[in-house]
Design a protein around this ligand. Structure first.
Ligand SMILES: NC(=O)c1ccc[n+]([C@@H]2O[C@H](COP(=O)([O-])OP(=O)(O)OC[C@H]3O[C@@H](n4cnc5c(N)ncnc54)[C@H](O)[C@@H]3O)[C@@H](O)[C@H]2O)c1
Length: 257
């Protein structure tokens, strides 16, 4: 079960945190993983690790907010391998309310989290259609559906990821393309460590504990736990699932009462 042998998967932001776990899990299950990343040093290291473990992977330097670059990279991959899976994982965060979010920050978060996802969809979907179908998985967040304090721009973008998931799932039903999203609560990744270090300098340990306990299960998720759900949703075993968002939140949304 959950065998990805013979499949080609594109993973954006696939060199760190959740994306890293997805890249490694997919490679372990036999996929050829193409990592689309801005952080090329980290990506080369991850690709070397995957190759050393007997997997198949390739690094691509790419800022997903630049449409022409995305189209070039995706077309070059499709020239050598038919694409079966797209994981839109790359994302950036911002802390602020509507009246404390500067235009430059709003634009930066929207450019990566919304336009970046759109760019990858518009570049990849024609190839999936040509191949007779495929799977798309988008990384949303509980911030799409819950009011998280001071996440105005971030929440707006994750709401958009959720809506794009439904739209794409609906539009390409007859092309054999499934599209779903995952909404994690806090996952222990460099994304969260960076946020804590920047926002609460000197109080990192205390805040890590506090943020861990906001999940009723008592801890943050491990990236590998998100990787396992991503594997299921992108595998043939999930062939009846499309247009769904999957909470993976340690009870955050339903048990915090
Ligand atoms: N960590 C959490 O608690 C959490 C919770 C819910 C949702 N998410 C979402 O999961 C995804 C991954 O988060 P993470 O915690 O693993 O983050 P992370 O910062 O550890 O990794 C994100 C990766 O994306 C890459 N990236 C950033 N901008 C890019 C761009 N323009 N083009 C290409 N690559 C780019 C970065 O280089 C980095 O390697 C994000 O979409 C995030 O919003 C994270």
């Amino acid at each position: 079960m959950f065998d990805l042998s013979g499949k080609t998967a594109l993973v954006t932001g696939g060199a760190s945190g959740i994306g890293l776990a997805i890249s490694k899990t997919f490679a372990k299950q036999g996929a050829y993983v193409h990592i689309l990343e801005v952080n090329i040093d980290l990506t080369n290291q991850v690709v070397n690790d995957i190759l050393a473990e007997g997997g198949q992977a390739k690094a691509h330097v790419l800022d997903i907010s630049k449409q022409a670059d995305v189209v070039n990279v995706v077309n070059s991959i499709a020239d050598s391998h038919p694409i079966h899976i797209l994981v839109n994982n790359a994302g950036v965060a911002h802390i602020g309310k509507a009246d404390t979010t500067a235009e430059i920050d709003f634009d930066r978060v929207v450019n990566v989290n919304v336009k970046g996802v759109y760019n990858c969809l518009m570049a990849t979907i024609p190839h999936l259609k040509t191949n007779g179908g495929g799977v798309i998985l988008n990384m949303a967040s509980i911030a799409a559906t819950v009011g998280i304090p001071e996440r105005f721009a971030y929440s707006a973008t994750k709401g958009a990821v959720y809506s794009m998931t439904l739209s794409v799932a609906r539009d390409y039903l007859s092309d054999g393309i499934r599209c779903n999203s995952i909404s994690p609560a806090r996952v222990h990744t460099p994304f969260v460590d960076g946020f804590i270090a920047k926002t609460y300098p000197g109080r990192e340990e205390e805040m890590f504990e506090k943020l861990s306990k906001t999940q009723p299960i008592g801890r943050m998720a491990k990236p590998e736990e998100i990787g396992a759900l991503a594997l299921y949703l992108c595998s043939d075993e999930a062939s009846f699932i499309t247009g769904c968002d999957y909470l993976i939140d340690g009870g955050f949304e339903k048990l915090n009462n």
